[in-house]
Design a protein around this ligand. Structure first.
Ligand SMILES: Cc1ncc(COP(=O)(O)O)c(C=O)c1O
Length: 354
């Protein structure tokens, strides 16, 4: 069967080179005589995978040794739990910017651990635009949490101001999609299954001074300090997941962030141009400065048009184009591994004359 054009939001398209390398490793990992799926998590080979992946994250992010790099179980949502567990106490408050489904979920999780202040929200408009960055941020906040790219509603914050409190970013759906100043953050994290590998593993990068602020005694698995101490191998690590993330990091380095950013802009421009010029479809996000380069969300005028378009996509070997179940319509996820020519094909189907 022909390889599908994959616009899924996550698990998402992976580069063919990465899939190829991963499949070789599943059969035999280097000269170990074992599959990567059989590789001991405390053995020399996995420790090398860990070291290289951490070095590459630092290099790609332009970070020095003042940051710790962790590969943790539990995807993005586990970070929604661990962040307030570690950094919020019953005596302190955390600020959250409520810009979409995932930031709302992150802040709801935090309410179980301390006081949460919603400093900005666009909930009233069903998150169709970004809320303004708060003009004043209370100095005593333990941290300010926000989401760089809102995967479900298709908005992305392209300019991130410096703040006077520790800034924590959920970068699950746009990490390494373009140049970024990571030194602004006290912490950032990403579930891997979009631009960074496969589901189940999350990258968490934490500035070392934050580890001194851990608010409460925690079971070791949920304690960032313990995870740092044990090099993310406190229990049986997700060996294959971390290995695929390493392959992704090597692929990102080989392509170069500048080239990746340029192509991501081209892909998104193509699709928004087709949508802006269509009489059948309309983009959900009308404020151009708020549009996501990663997740392009749109609808058709009528249900009939939607059905016709879905059938057309299927005929053209396109999959994963349906919008999130909470929003409906369509969503094309244009992560790094999605090829320009595939986006051209989709744009042509949306607006043949654009
Ligand atoms: C921005 C963002 N944060 C968090 C998550 C949750 O990730 P997970 O499903 O790994 O818990 C997602 C999932 O799509 C996401 O897009």
């Amino acid at each position: 069967m022909e390889q599908k054009i994959n616009f899924n939001a996550g698990p998402a398209a992976l580069p063919p080179e990465v899939l190829h390398e991963a499949s070789i490793a599943v059969k035999k990992y280097k000269k170990t005589g074992l599959s990567i799926l059989e590789l001991p998590h405390r053995g020399k080979e996995f420790l090398e995978i860990m070291e290289e992946s951490k070095t590459l994250v630092k290099e790609l992010c332009g970070l020095d040794d003042s940051y710790e790099i962790l590969w943790l179980h539990g995807g993005g949502r586990m970070q929604f739990c661990m962040i307030p567990m570690n950094f919020l106490s019953e005596q302190s408050s955390a600020g959250y910017i409520d810009s979409g489904h995932w930031s709302a979920e992150a802040l709801e999780y935090a309410t179980h651990y301390g006081d949460v202040q919603i400093l900005a929200t666009s909930k009233e408009s069903k998150y169709s635009h970004l809320p303004e960055w708060p003009s004043s941020i209370p100095k005593q906040l333990a941290y300010l949490h926000f989401t760089t790219n809102n995967t479900i509603c298709g908005t992305q914050r392209h300019h991130i101001p410096k703040t006077n409190v520790p800034l924590i970013a959920d970068m699950s759906s746009d990490i390494f999609s373009g140049k970024h100043d990571f030194t602004k953050y006290a912490m950032f994290y990403a579930a891997a299954q979009k631009n960074l590998g496969i589901a189940g593993v999350a990258l968490a990068v934490i500035r070392k001074d934050m580890l001194e602020n851990i608010a409460r005694p925690l079971p070791p698995m949920l304690d960032y300090k313990q995870q740092v101490k044990e090099n993310s191998i406190l229990n049986t690590a997700n060996v294959f997941g971390v290995y695929v993330s390493l392959l992704m990091l090597r692929w990102i380095k080989a392509r170069g962030i500048d080239a990746i950013e340029k192509e991501n802009k081209q892909k998104a421009d193509l699709l928004y141009h087709a949508l802006d010029n269509s009489v059948i479809f309309k983009p959900h996000v009308t404020e151009k400065a708020h549009r996501s380069l990663m997740n392009v969300c749109f609808s058709a005028n009528t249900e009939e048009d939607e059905k016709t378009f879905l059938a057309l996509c299927e005929k053209n070997n396109i999959t994963g184009i349906e919008g999130h179940r909470s929003v409906g319509g369509f969503r094309a996820s244009l992560y790094n591994a999605v090829r320009l020519e595939d986006v051209m094909r989709l744009a042509q189907l949306i607006s043949p004359n654009a």
